[in-house]
Design a protein around this ligand. Structure first.
Ligand SMILES: Cc1ncc(C[n+]2csc(CCOP(=O)(O)OP(=O)(O)O)c2C)c(N)n1
Ligand SMILES: [Mg+2]
Length: 485
């Protein structure tokens, strides 16, 4: 619930994230009162009621919402409000937006009809066309080097096991983009980006950006198939990835269908081949921090990831907004249980703290850890998020990967202008923090446990102290001193 146009604008990048992450969020915003005089209760009475009367309030959110509506009458609310929830939670899920003026909200409603709340259900997502599944199965059965690229498959937790079983059956390596936990991070068939360049059949599963230009991409002759509830990527203007067999379906339904189709094709010769493929894939090396990494000061990411892996129970939920630290941490922190790695799927930083708060509210008995960059920590409004954690009994742990700046913003300057003025002068205005706050003190001022960690030997104990604080009901913030950018 947000305040008219200005509160809507404050949703900012998180509305983008909700769309990209297919989060079914129902947003209700005020709309300035319609009437100036007359006797309708709720008419205008303050300067803001004119100031907030903007030309197109819904236009602020239009590119990001699946549906938006100005609630103008009380006698349609019993239909429109359930409809908002229905649309938000039908796949692909996403935000919806409603506005309501005070005159509407203050009108009496004799006899509330709640029948529609039970009869406006999210639509059942589509299964895949059986002929298309058979065709895809025949491609995969006889491919030399099949490869799946999984984006949001693990949003449906049961699909993680479905993907693993399918991959194991036919010996198909899987790239997990990290948009969700798609395959357990200890799974032997996990693949890396370089493997794309060797694939002859590529299967895109709920993935928005399967590879990057200039990095590994499939060979010219590779056949590319896709299973996605929105294979057109209709919310992205230019997509530009070639697909030879786009199948519109929920992967939750289509992966078991595909496995059944492959079982039907499983002759003894093929099974032998699939087993060879499976054995031929070299599992990624388990990320173990070296002695040097364990002792490094400033702290190394390898050691941070390992210390977290040792301290956290298997069902702890990690919320990832670690930006340039994320890939390495994801591997090192080792997540095997579905739903234990959450990512915004978008690019609006400032999501992590609120997302961790939400995760903790949803799973109060589990440890919830936000992994955030120092920039992202500030974007996440800690002075709002931490007190909210206190007042809502939702204590989560925040780990700040503190490299004293925006590493992600410094990199393109170095890459695109290697001889440029910034590189030559080693000066990156606005990107390196020369007056950063004391994050641990900031946390303590917001009812949270707060510590800065510089000594690698202290890290495990500091994590234990912070986790203990959260388990005793207090949010915690660990500011980890990485090498400054
Ligand atoms: C709301 C918002 N503003 C700006 C950006 C652009 N941006 C992308 S990464 C980044 C730096 C993030 O810094 P930090 O969280 O410290 O992570 P690091 O890059 O240092 O790993 C910025 C500013 C963004 N993605 N979202
Ligand atoms: Mg940073």
């Amino acid at each position: 619930m947000v305040h008219v146009d200005v509160g809507t604008q404050n949703l900012g990048g998180n509305l983008h994230n909700a769309m990209r992450g297919e989060a079914g969020v129902v947003i209700l915003a005020g709309r300035t009162p319609y009437t100036v005089d007359g006797d309708a209760p709720g008419r205008r009475g303050r300067p803001v009621n004119w100031q907030q009367d903007v030309r197109d309030q819904i236009g602020i959110v239009r590119p990001y919402v699946k549906w938006a509506h100005e609630l103008a009458r009380v006698d349609t609310l019993h239909q429109l409000v359930p409809r908002a929830f229905q649309i938000a939670s039908t796949e692909p899920c996403g935000p919806v937006y409603m506005t309501a003026a005070r005159e509407v909200l203050m009108q009496p409603m004799p006899g509330v009809n709640l029948a529609m709340t039970r009869r406006a259900l999210p639509a059942i997502a589509p299964a895949a066309d059986p002929r298309a599944v058979d065709e895809l199965a025949s491609w995969l059965a006889d491919a030399d080097a099949p490869l799946a690229i999984a984006g949001r498959v693990g949003r449906h937790h049961a699909s993680v096991a479905d993907l693993a079983t399918l991959a194991e059956l036919i010996g198909m390596p899987v790239i997990d983009t990290g948009d969700a936990l798609n395959l357990p991070s200890s799974h032997p068939l996990l693949a890396q980006v370089e493997d794309i360049a060797r694939a002859d059949v590529v299967l895109l599963l709920d993935v928005d950006v399967p590879w990057l230009p200039g990095q590994a991409s499939p060979p010219q002759g590779a056949r590319i198939a896709q299973i996605d509830v929105d294979p057109n990527k209709s919310t992205i203007q230019l997509w530009g990835f070639p697909v030879d067999l786009p199948i519109q379906a929920s992967t939750a339904t289509a992966l078991p269908q595909l496995r059944a189709a492959l079982e039907r094709l499983a002759t003894p010769e093929r099974r032998t081949r699939w087993t060879e493929r499976r054995r031929g894939h070299a599992p990624l090396q388990p990320p173990i921090a070296s002695a040097a990494e364990r002792a490094a000061r400033p702290l190394s990411l390898a050691w941070v990831g390992e210390a977290l892996r040792r301290a956290l129970p298997a069902d702890a939920i990690l919320v990832d907004e670690a930006v340039t630290s994320s890939d390495q941490l994801r591997r090192a922190a080792g997540r095997d249980v579905p739903g234990t790695w959450l990512d915004s799927n978008g690019s609006g930083l400032g999501w992590g703290l609120g997302a961790a708060l939400g995760a903790k509210l949803a799973a109060p008995s589990r440890d919830v850890v936000a992994l955030v960059g120092d920039g992202s920590f500030v974007f996440g409004s800690p002075a709002a998020a931490l007190p909210m954690a206190a007042s809502n009994a939702a204590p989560f742990l925040t780990v700040i990967l503190d490299n004293a700046g925006y590493r992600a913003s410094q990199r393109p300057v170095q890459d695109l202008f290697p001889e440029g003025a910034s590189v030559r002068a080693n000066a990156f205005p606005g990107v390196r923090f020369d007056a950063a706050p004391d994050y641990a003190a900031l946390a303590r001022s917001c009812h949270a446990h707060g510590e800065r960690v510089e000594d690698p030997a202290e890290l495990p104990a500091a994590i234990e102290r912070a986790l203990r604080a959260t388990r005793e009901g207090r949010a915690a913030v660990l500011d980890l001193a990485l090498a400054p950018i």
